[in-house]
Write a protein that binds this ligand. Structure first.
Ligand SMILES: [Zn+2]
Length: 142
């Protein structure tokens, strides 16, 4: 099986599964490959990218130089998280719960939770991630 990244003339991207590249070429030539969105048969094959299993990721991660240290990558990831989330501090558990039950708008938040609060959230099935925040970044937020 070959999974190809395809695109129609209208810019709709989709995946096509073919027995081989040759099978794709012949089906394409016969006009049998069509866009699932608009049925266009002017299909082009995109350069196949390495498949990353990042469920939930909305944008590809920026290319990282090979010389990057794990610490540098971690700091950058943390900075990104901090830039995209609202610091709700001690109210973290309350805010997470309100969002879970639809009492407040969904957004990215971060803050502190005691082990008891974290346990309670877990029991209620409220998703959250516990991250050890580097002290250097923590100081910048206050
Ligand atoms: Zn299309």
């Amino acid at each position: 099986m070959k999974v190809l990244d395809l695109q129609c003339a209208h810019g709709h991207g989709f995946e096509g599964w073919f027995a081989s590249s040759e099978a794709f070429e012949s089906q394409l030539a016969a006009g049998l490959v069509e866009c699932p969105i608009c049925s266009d048969t002017a299909i082009t094959k995109l350069l196949s990218a390495p498949r990353l299993n990042l469920s939930g990721a909305t944008a590809p991660a920026p290319a990282t130089p090979a010389v990057d240290s794990p610490e540098a990558r971690w700091m950058r990831a943390m900075r990104e998280v901090m830039a995209k989330t609202e610091d709700v501090g001690e109210r973290f558990a309350d805010e997470a719960r309100k969002m879970h039950y639809g009492e407040t708008e969904e957004r990215g938040i971060r803050g502190q939770a005691s082990p008891e609060q974290a346990e309670a959230l877990r029991e209620e099935g409220i998703p959250f991630v516990a991250l050890p925040v580097p002290a250097a970044l923590k100081e910048n937020t206050h």
